[in-house]
Design a protein around this ligand. Structure first.
Ligand code: CTP
Ligand code: MG
Length: 165
């Protein structure tokens, strides 16, 4: 059973700083085609998921894929930091357009854990960038006010999937 409360057709955004575990979580719980990742889209257009100069083009591709999937009623999960309210506003607007429910999954991981996870991987993001992004994490109340239909904390979902509830 899929432990995630993400029914078909929903628009979902993972939200968290670099190294907080978004892609790991997505890989563990979702079909590859349900995940639309900004890193993957950077690789699609530039052969390098770290090429920050490709970010604009990558997001154009990401937006196109997300919009086509939402139009078809396919579960669509954006794997990007999604920490700027303007990024989140785009998905909320497109979901509203296609009459899809929206779910936010907030990676409520302590800064020290994120820094340790970031330091221990191949692609290390500078520590000050991680700290900056961590400081942008919205609160659950803020996300409800923005208009997300459901807001989940990654810590709760992970615990639930481990216990099978
Ligand atoms: N990781 C971990 N335990 C978790 C989640 C992640 O040890 N519960 C590790 C992963 O194995 C990886 C690192 O933390 O080495 C970063 O995880 P990743 O999923 O890549 O983080 P993202 O949030 O996707 O980072 P980015 O925004 O940079 O893509
Ligand atoms: Mg990632």
């Amino acid at each position: 059973m899929n432990p995630l409360p993400l029914p078909a057709g929903e628009a979902c955004a993972l939200m968290g700083p670099p190294g907080s575990g978004k892609s790991t979580f997505a890989r563990q719980h979702l079909k590859p085609t349900e995940i639309v990742s900004s890193d993957f889209c950077r690789a699609l257009v530039a052969d390098d998921e770290n090429d920050q100069s490709a970010t604009g083009d990558a997001f154009e591709v990401l937006h196109l894929i997300v919009d086509k999937r939402l139009a078809r009623g396919r579960l669509t999960v954006i794997d990007a930091t999604n920490l700027r309210s303007s990024d989140r506003a785009w998905l909320l607007a497109r979901a509203r357009h296609w009459k899809r429910l929206t779910t936010a999954v907030l990676f409520d991981v302590p800064l020290a854990t994120v820094q340790a996870q970031n330091a221990g991987r191949d692609r290390v993001v500078p520590a000050h960038v991680v700290r900056e992004f961590h400081g942008l994490l919205p609160t659950v109340d803020q996300l409800h006010d923005e208009g997300w239909d459901a807001v989940h904390l990654s810590s709760t979902l992970t615990r639930r999937s481990r216990t099978g509830r």
